[in-house]
Design a protein around this ligand. Sequence first.
Ligand SMILES: [Zn+2]
Length: 234
Amino acid sequence: MNTPATSVADYVSRAVGPIILFGPPGAGKGTQAKQIVERYGIPHLSTGDLLRENVKLGTALGQKAKAVMDSGKLVSDDLVNEMVAERLARPDCARGFILDGFPRTVGQAEWLDGFLSARGSKLPLRVLRIAVDQDKLFKRLTGRRTCPACGAIYNIYTNPPRVPDSCDKDGTSLTFRKDDSEEAIGTRLKAYENETLPLADYYRQRGILTEVDGDAAADDVSRQLFHALEKGEL
Ligand SMILES: [Zn+2]
């Protein structure tokens, strides 16, 4: 029988199991992943980091991936799956882990299911999705302005400077990155949606998807995520 954890020390000694975290760009996924990592003491696995690590260390997988990328192609699902498999076999993943940027396709999700059941995981996979209103997200992303002098960040919709387009601290004209243009953001959000919606459906059908309201304050989002994770067996 499980007794409720009473302190942070309890959480970090308990088995958490595999967690997948989804969220569109700008939804604060990085911040939330960090909160989960700190609370439960489990590793954060991002496929981007894994790829960079393998290439840097010159592993067999890294060399294969580098050859593919150098030829201007995308690294295949199979190759990414192999890197994930190798990473999940390391001892620090025994109590649980959080996957970020993986799976990216339904094919990878099916592979992960097979991998976890083959390894005899007793703890169920949990899938968390930070859902954000698209209009709000668009404003949050396209409204970003930064001060080239001191690095202060503003948002013309949610956190505007006192004088339009100039920094509160030093009066420098604010700039915005080309990546934050409406067109670039629109493309990124569309790509995320196309990629992730089939995965959300896949996990929803299996009854293991939890969606939390990402429009709430960051602390509230964390609380929702912890609650989702702890109402189960944790
Ligand atoms: Zn400034």
